[in-house]
Design a protein around this ligand. Structure first.
Ligand SMILES: Cc1cc2nc3c(=O)[nH]c(=O)nc-3n(C[C@H](O)[C@H](O)[C@H](O)COP(=O)(O)OP(=O)(O)OC[C@H]3O[C@@H](n4cnc5c(N)ncnc54)[C@H](O)[C@@H]3O)c2cc1C
Length: 415
């Protein structure tokens, strides 16, 4: 521990704030985290509802994320892994399409799925190979276009785009038109090719809880909202103030920094509805896609196809909607139930919950993988972290937290 340790504040106990704290602790500092809610994790949250384990929004960890391998202990997370593929519901039937190179069981179903043509399958194999050989730096160093333009440019058929690639990646980007940067598409595709999607056995929130449990000398001030950050002074919602030496804003900085007010962040939203169901329409742990342009539902997943720590009596199904809509909650539930029946032949027996997440994934232009410590520095005392600075992913949240902590320590070391 340093003799006269500077006072370092972190605003926000999401993944980026927790990683910033971990890095500061490793160098002997004892930061204070101010968090407006009563818990860590930010956008990563799991609730037990009536015996069922519900993540707030369907989200997965890609176990090949370089930052996740660096910071997380996968064994104690008890990661439950998805099969590399999807069950596509189309025209009243369903087919399984996947990566037969990694999951040989999917070879026949993929070849004979009737989705895409033989040139598409060839192009997929070629894309796998080219992205395997491309470094992450190369991917993010390329000019960007939208994912949909990129896929059209490769020459994929309309069928494979509309029936598989579009719903699959819309579920990751949380937007229906694949306007997200081609850099993100290539990065996610590469990560999926190098590893698997997974959810911890006790739910996605186990990730930030594991990070919090590693912190020894960090102080948490929960239920503490920072109203503004002006010239290094933090003003809280109860009108008390503190004046730390350094502050890392690991939340939406434009909401609390007066001089950033014009740089509001735009967000993709989604709804994730949970139902119980007497049986599973998808046997294996893979997502279901609704390949119909008219459908409001984008994807579905039977959480009970993986091991869950808390298991209710029936199968647990989540359904995610990424298209914009103006339905009331009641109308949305009815619409989703109708579509489940119409497009996938699925009957649900009980509606549990809907998580409407207005600020799910930040919309970022000139999407980046990383930044330098100096770039996180807004003023001599204020540093920024958060996925919105790079791209909407756990990996980016971790990089931003690590880099902001380095930024602070660089300035401290300069005296
Ligand atoms: C539905 C959904 C699906 C997703 N799917 C995936 C996925 O499959 N894979 C993936 O890698 N990523 C996914 N993500 C993205 C991932 O969850 C985020 O990138 C990551 O959690 C962002 O962490 P963060 O620390 O940057 O921000 P946040 O988690 O938003 O943390 C910010 C924290 O700051 C607090 N805060 C805000 N304002 C204040 C204030 N004024 N004072 C005090 N505290 C404040 C908040 O309460 C919060 O705890 C998904 C996100 C959502 C919502």
């Amino acid at each position: 521990m340093k003799t006269e340790s500077p006072k370092i504040a972190i605003i926000g106990a999401g993944v980026s704030g927790l990683i910033a704290a971990l890095n500061l602790e490793e160098h002997g500092y004892s930061p204070v985290i101010y968090e407006k809610t009563d818990r860590v994790g930010g956008r990563i949250k799991t609730t037990i509802f009536d015996g069922y384990q519900l993540d707030h929004g369907f989200q997965v960890l890609l176990d090949a994320y370089p930052m996740a391998t660096k910071y997380l202990d996968y064994d104690s997370l008890e990661l439950q892994k998805f099969l590399p593929g999807a069950q596509v519901f189309k025209d009243g039937t369903s087919v399984v399409i996947g990566d037969p190179l990694r999951e040989p069981n999917l070879l026949f179903s993929t070849l004979f799925s009737g989705i895409g043509n033989s040139r598409d399958k060839w192009k997929i194999l070629k894309l796998n190979k080219s992205l395997k050989n491309k470094s992450i730096e190369e991917i993010f160093g390329q000019p960007e276009t939208s994912t949909i333009e990129y896929l059209n440019g490769i020459g994929f058929s309309k069928d494979i785009i509309n029936s598989f690639l579009k719903p699959f990646f819309s579920g990751i980007f949380l937007e229906p038109n694949l306007e997200t940067s081609s850099r993100m598409f290539q990065f996610v595709y590469k990560m999926l090719g190098m590893g698997q999607a997974a959810i911890p056995k006790a739910g996605i929130e186990t990730i930030p809880i594991q990070l919090k449990n590693r912190l020894q000398s960090t102080t948490f001030k929960f239920n503490t909202t920072v109203k503004s950050c002006r010239n290094g002074e933090l003003l809280f919602s109860d009108d008390t103030k503190v004046f730390p030496d350094y502050t890392i804003i690991a939340s939406e900085a434009p909401l609390i920094m007066p001089n950033l007010k014009t740089q509001q962040i735009a967000w993709h939203s989604c709804d994730t509805l949970y139902f119980t169901s007497p049986k599973k329409a998808i046997k294996n742990p893979m997502i279901g896609l609704i390949a119909n342009d008219q459908a409001l539902i984008n994807h579905l997943f039977y959480h009970t196809s993986l091991q869950c720590l808390q298991k209710g009596d029936n199968e647990l199904l989540s359904v995610t909607v990424v298209k914009k809509h103006d339905l009331t909650e009641y109308q949305l539930i009815q619409k989703v139930k109708e579509e489940l029946k119409q497009f996938a032949g699925i009957e649900v027996d009980r509606y549990l919950k809907n998580y409407r997440i207005k600020k799910a994934i930040p919309i970022t232009k000139d999407l980046r993988y990383a930044m330098t410590p100096t770039e996180t520095r807004l003023t001599d005392r204020i540093f920024l972290a958060g996925d919105y600075l790079l791209n909407g992913s756990l990996n980016a949240a971790m990089i931003s937290g690590e880099t902001a902590a380095k930024g602070v320590m660089e300035v401290i070391s300069m005296g």
